[in-house]
Design a protein around this ligand. Structure first.
Ligand code: FAD
Length: 559
């Protein structure tokens, strides 16, 4: 994926569909459009997945707590969860979730918990990873020794975890494989309209380092907004005057620890009402804890460029952890923290009922603005494919009705694997053995250590060999960036050449998970930036600016 080539394919050209927003929703739409034979371009203001899609709780889930308000969403999400496990097995995996019911969480007590878990299974229907079960207090303590005693019951059910940024990138690359033209760091700044005020394209600014903020234009038969929490800001650029806000932005904050104390399980923390927090195993022996759900006003882009982590949020999350794992976590144990903003759909109309943040529906909405922009927002990461299918159905039908496309063709994304995923026949004994075998082969071929090879197989799937080959041809590229984490220099070169990585944050936050691990990646920032400087031709001033900008985007835990 060469950015210069893609930009040249987009600038000054006409497409059937222009997608604005390179989060998981926009990526899914571009992929679906490309597979249906539509010409499609995608513009992303920052980096692919740099909005909400790279800062989720990283769960592939049907959504236990959405059973109260959105049972339909739970059923849909269960089907999509299973599809995602199948379509992207190296970047997602099923995980057992343990849910302890204590006397002080009345909504999840000994009587209700069996009903809740049975209903969760029922809503999934055939799309079940495994049926729910029960653990005795003793079994639960064997798995999670620090678990607070006195649980009335401990339920067990199955959802999953993922590398959200790399899944987003895999879907972008799937779109590109089928003909989409895409550009990150390309911000739509205004719309092109015809004489009647109908949107016919967009002006965009190249924000990549060294691009001098050059302006470009692109036209399209259909323009799609997939701008997540930025939706109202983007749609306001159509000049059609004030519109009722479509989004209720809601902030969620996470803490990251390196504490292998849950035997690889996730833990659910009911805190009263219909609110659940999760402690999710992530990347080897790390745990992610989250998340809050609080209204977060978005008046301009700066509110979303730096989403703060507040001291009181950290204190609150630590207190919640004490409820299930007393004495196990202290502020000093926090390795990283991050926030994201949910693009929840705002109930429309003056008579819409007032709801708390956590009760606001997670379902998605597709609509068309007065200026003709197709817009989509809401939903979950897990349901992105279905959202994209529904939007693309409508856009394709409209284009066909206007004589601008052949008849609407059927969606095929449900049967497709994402870029980099091995085919099912390649791992008859399960994805775990494919990863082990691939890692062993890479090790034999390159001499890289076992942990690095395993990491390459997990992160890059069928592309792992290309990264390893770079390290074989130049041993300096086989060096680790940090001795206690398995990321190697070759990944930077691969990211720059093949994954449209153009800033330090692109690499540390999304091509690799370093931003979410020890020191939030700051201990390797200079090393990584120096190497990128060599590949991308940065001078000393640009190199320092990249480090400063990356550091400025981090939140630090006050201890
Ligand atoms: C704290 C939190 C935890 C979550 N946890 C989970 C979870 O565990 N599992 C799950 O399934 N879902 C989860 N979600 C929900 C999920 O992350 C979101 O529904 C999903 O990522 C939204 O994707 P999106 O593509 O619609 O939005 P985004 O990822 O925000 O993408 C929108 C993109 O549009 C771009 N854009 C905006 N304006 C412009 C412009 N002018 N020009 C070009 N580009 C523009 C932005 O830069 C951005 O990248 C969570 C959400 C949050 C906030």
């Amino acid at each position: 994926m060469n950015r210069t080539d893609h930009l040249a394919r987009i600038s000054g050209r006409h497409f059937q569909v222009l997608v604005i927003g390179g989060g998981i929703t926009g990526a899914g739409i571009a992929w679906d459009c490309a597979l249906r034979g539509l010409t499609v371009a995608l513009l992303e203001r920052s980096d692919f997945g740099a909005g909400t899609s790279g800062v989720s709780s990283k769960m592939v889930h049907a959504g236990l707590r959405y059973m109260v308000n959105d049972p339909g969403l739970v059923s849909e999400a269960a089907v999509e969860r299973q599809r995602m496990f199948w379509a992207c097995p190296h970047l997602t995996r099923p995980v057992e979730f343990l849910l302890p019911a204590y006397p002080d969480t009345p909504e999840y007590n000994a009587e209700t918990l069996p009903q809740i878990l049975a209903r969760y299974d029922r809503l999934a229907g055939d799309a079940l990873t495994a049926a729910h079960g029960w653990l005795s207090d003793e079994q639960a303590h064997r798995l999670v020794p620090g678990l607070r005693s006195g649980a009335l019951r401990v339920g067990s059910y199955w959802d999953g975890v993922m590398d959200d940024s790399r899944v987003t990138l895999a879907v972008i690359r799937s779109a590109v494989k089928h003909g989409a033209a895409v550009a990150n760091h390309a911000e739509v700044t205004s719309f092109l309209t015809d004489g009647k005020g109908r949107v016919r394209g967009a002006r965009f600014r190249d924000r990549a380092p060294g691009a001098g903020r050059a302006e470009h234009e692109v036209t399209a038969d259909a323009v799609v907004s997939a701008a997540g929490p930025y939706t109202d800001l983007l749609l306001a650029l159509d000049g059609a005057g004030p519109q009722e806000p479509a989004i209720r932005p809601s902030k969620g904050m996470h803490l990251v620890f390196r504490k292998p104390i849950t035997s690889g399980r996730a833990l659910v923390i009911p805190i009263g009402g219909n609110v659940l927090y999760f402690l999710v195993p992530w990347y080897r022996d790390y745990l992610i804890m989250g998340t809050t759900d609080t209204d977060y006003p978005v008046r301009d882009y700066s509110a979303l460029d730096r989403i703060p982590v507040l001291e009181e949020e950290i204190r609150y999350n630590l207190q919640l952890l004490q409820r299930v794992l007393p004495g196990c976590f202290r502020a000093e144990d926090i390795l990283a923290c991050y926030s994201g903003v949910r693009p929840l759909v705002r109930p429309q109309g003056a008579s819409a009922p007032k709801q708390s943040e956590s009760d606001t529906s997670r379902t998605h909405r597709i609509w068309r603005t007065d200026s003709g922009i197709w817009a989509i927002a809401g939903g979950k990461f897990t349901t992105f494919r279905l959202m994209a299918e529904q939007l693309t159905d409508q856009v394709a039908a409209d284009l066909a009705a206007r004589g601008l496309a052949r008849g609407p063709s059927a969606c095929t994304t449900a049967e497709r694997r994402y870029f980099g995923a091995p085919e099912r026949h390649e791992y008859p004994d399960g994805i775990g053995s494919w990863i082990r075998d691939t890692a062993a082969q890479l090790q034999r071929r390159t001499g890289l250590d076992e942990e690095c090879c395993r990491h390459l197989a997990e992160a890059y799937g069928t592309e792992a060999g290309k990264v390893a080959e770079l390290a074989r041809s130049d041993p300096r590229l086989g060096e680790r960036l940090a001795s206690d984490r398995p990321f190697i220099r070759a990944e930077i070169l691969y990211a720059v050449r093949e994954e449209m990585c153009v800033t330090l944050a692109d690499f540390l936050s999304r091509r690799s998970p370093l931003r979410f691990l020890d020191h939030q990646g700051m201990d390797v920032a200079r090393k990584a930036a120096s190497q990128m400087a060599g590949f991308l031709g940065w001078d000393e001033a640009e190199l320092n600016a990249q480090i400063e900008s990356y550091e400025g985007g981090l939140s630090w835990v006050p201890v």
